[in-house]
Write a protein that binds this ligand. Structure first.
Ligand code: PTJ
Length: 270
C-alpha cells in the first residue's frame, strides 16, 4: 500500500494521484506488476496528447455508448488496471447500459481474481462474470490466459468493451465476429487499430464521460442511436488522434523552454 502524501499545491497532483491508485491496486493484488509498466506507457501518451479529452475522443465515446445501447448482448471486460482506476464508473456504466461486467485477466492468478471481484462488489456490482466458479468457454486462436471467457458474457456477446487491452485478444475477438470497443491512450497500438471503435483517451476521463453520455443517451430511440453511429470511421479517428499528438508536439516545441527562464524573460519585457 502506498501512503505517500501528495502536497495540495503540487503541479502534477492529479497525475500523481492516479499513479498512486495504481500502486495501491498493485499492493492489493488488483494490478499485475506489468500493469505498473502499462500505466507508465499510458502516462507518456497522455502527456503527448495534452492530458485532455479531445473532440475526437468525445465523438468516439458517443459512438461507443450508442453501440453498447444498440447491442443485443453487450459485455464490459475488466482487468486489474481498469479495476484500480475506475471501479465505481465501471459498475455505473454496466448498470446504465445493462452490459454485465466480466473479469478477464492476462496475468491470471486466483488471488488477483478474488481481489478484483471484491473491489467491484465494494463499488456496487451485483453480478460479476468470468470468475473461476463459473462455467467457461474458450476463444479459438488465442493462446493467452484471456482465451477463457464466460459463456454468458464475452462468449455470447455481440459487442465487447475491452479497455487497456493487448492486441492479440482484440484481433481474436474481431475474428470471431464480435464488435470491439477499446479505450487506449496509444492510437498506434494493435488494440486501437484492430478495434471497431477506439477511444483515445485516459480511462480516468473517458469512463466518467461515458457514464454521463449513457445517462443522457439511454432514452434515445434506436433510430437516433443509429444516426450517432453512422459514418464513424475508426481509421480516420486514429489518424486524427496521431495528428493531434503531432500538433501538440509542435506547440510544445515553442513552449518547452524552462519556466524559470521564461519568468526572467517576462521580467525583462516588463
Ligand atoms: O490485469 P491484467 O492481468 O489483465 O493485465 C492488464 C495489462 C494492462 C497489464 C495488460 O492488458 C497489458 O499488458 O496491456 P498492454 O499490452 O501494456 O496494453 C495496455 C495499453 O493501455 C497500452 O497501449 C497503454 O498505452 C494503454 N494505457 C495504459 N494506461 C492507460 C491506457 N489507456 C487509457 N488509459 C490509461 N490510464
Amino acid at each position: 500500500m502506498s501512503d505517500i502524501e501528495i502536497p495540495e499545491d503540487h503541479p502534477r497532483r492529479v497525475s500523481l494521484e492516479i499513479r498512486h491508485k495504481i500502486i495501491r491496486g498493485h499492493g492489493l493484488n488488483i494490478v499485475a506488476t506489468a500493469g505498473l509498466l502499462a500505466h507508465g506507457r499510458g502516462e507518456a501518451f497522455d502527456y503527448l496528447l495534452g492530458e485532455r479529452t479531445t473532440e475526437i475522443a468525445r465523438r468516439a465515446a458517443e459512438v461507443a455508448v450508442a453501440t453498447i445501447l444498440l447491442a443485443e448482448h453487450p459485455v464490459i471486460s475488466v482487468n486489474g488496471n481498469v479495476c484500480a482506476l475506475v471501479p465505481e464508473e465501471m459498475v455505473e456504466l454496466s448498470r446504465l447500459t445493462g452490459a454485465p461486467l466480466e473479469i478477464n485477466l492476462f496475468y491470471y492468478r486466483p488471488e488477483r481474481e478474488r481481489a478484483i471481484r471484491e473491489a467491484l462488489l465494494r463499488a456496487g456490482a451485483s453480478e460479476i462474470l468470468g470468475t473461476s466458479d463459473r462455467p467457461s468457454t474458450t476463444i479459438p486462436e488465442l493462446s493467452s490466459n484471456r482465451r477463457k471467457v464466460d459463456p454468458e458474457g464475452i462468449g455470447s456477446a455481440d459487442v465487447v468493451l475491452v479497455p487497456l487491452e493487448d492486441g492479440d485478444r482484440t484481433e481474436a475477438l474481431r475474428r470471431i465476429g464480435k464488435q470491439v470497443i477499446t479505450i487506449d491512450l496509444n492510437p498506434m497500438s494493435r488494440t486501437a487499430r484492430y478495434a471497431n471503435i477506439s477511444i483515445v483517451d485516459n480511462i480516468v476521463r473517458a469512463l466518467p464521460l461515458m457514464v454521463e453520455l449513457a445517462r443522457d443517451m439511454r432514452s434515445l430511440s434506436r433510430q437516433e442511436l443509429e444516426s450517432i453511429v453512422a459514418g464513424f470511421d475508426n481509421g480516420r479517428n486514429l489518424q486524427t488522434a496521431v495528428r493531434t499528438i503531432l500538433q501538440h508536439l509542435k506547440e510544445q516545441a515553442e513552449a518547452v523552454r524552462s519556466p524559470l527562464e521564461l519568468e526572467v524573460l517576462e521580467e525583462v519585457v516588463d
